[in-house]
Design a protein around this ligand. Structure first.
Ligand SMILES: [Zn+2]
Length: 104
C-alpha cells in the first residue's frame, strides 16, 4: 500500500526484532533462580503460584511454556512473555523492551 502523498507520511514506529533483548539476559532478569540447562532453562512460573520450576524457556528463541496444565502459560518469545506478564499490548511491550523504532 502506498501513501497518496509521498513525503506527507505521519511519524510512525515499527517493531524492530533485532533490538529485542537476548533471551538469556532477559529471563535472568525477569525470573528468579533461572536454571540454564543446554538450550533451555527452567524457573518458577510467574503466571501461577508455583512451588516448582514449572516454566521452561528456550534460550535460543525465547519461547516459554508452563508445564502445569491449569496454568498453561506459553508464548513464542520474550515479547509475548512481556505482554503476558505485564498486561502490555504489542506496541507497549516492544517499547518497554527497546524494540520499537520511530522513523520520521
Ligand atoms: Zn504457570
Amino acid at each position: 500500500m502506498r501513501y497518496p502523498m509521498a513525503g506527507m507520511k505521519p511519524k510512525r514506529g515499527h517493531f524492530d526484532r533485532a533490538h529485542l533483548p537476548d533471551p538469556l539476559t532477559y529471563y535472568a532478569t525477569e525470573l528468579e533462580r533461572l536454571r540454564p540447562a543446554g538450550l533451555n532453562a527452567s524457573a518458577r512460573c510467574p503466571f501461577h503460584d508455583d512451588a516448582h520450576p514449572s516454566l521452561t524457556v528456550n534460550l535460543a528463541t525465547g519461547a516459554f511454556r508452563c508445564h502445569v496444565p491449569e496454568c498453561g502459560a506459553h508464548g513464542r518469545g520474550v515479547l509475548d512473555f512481556h505482554m503476558a506478564r505485564y498486561g502490555f499490548g504489542f506496541v507497549a511491550a516492544a517499547k518497554a523492551l527497546g524494540a520499537w523504532s520511530t522513523t520520521q
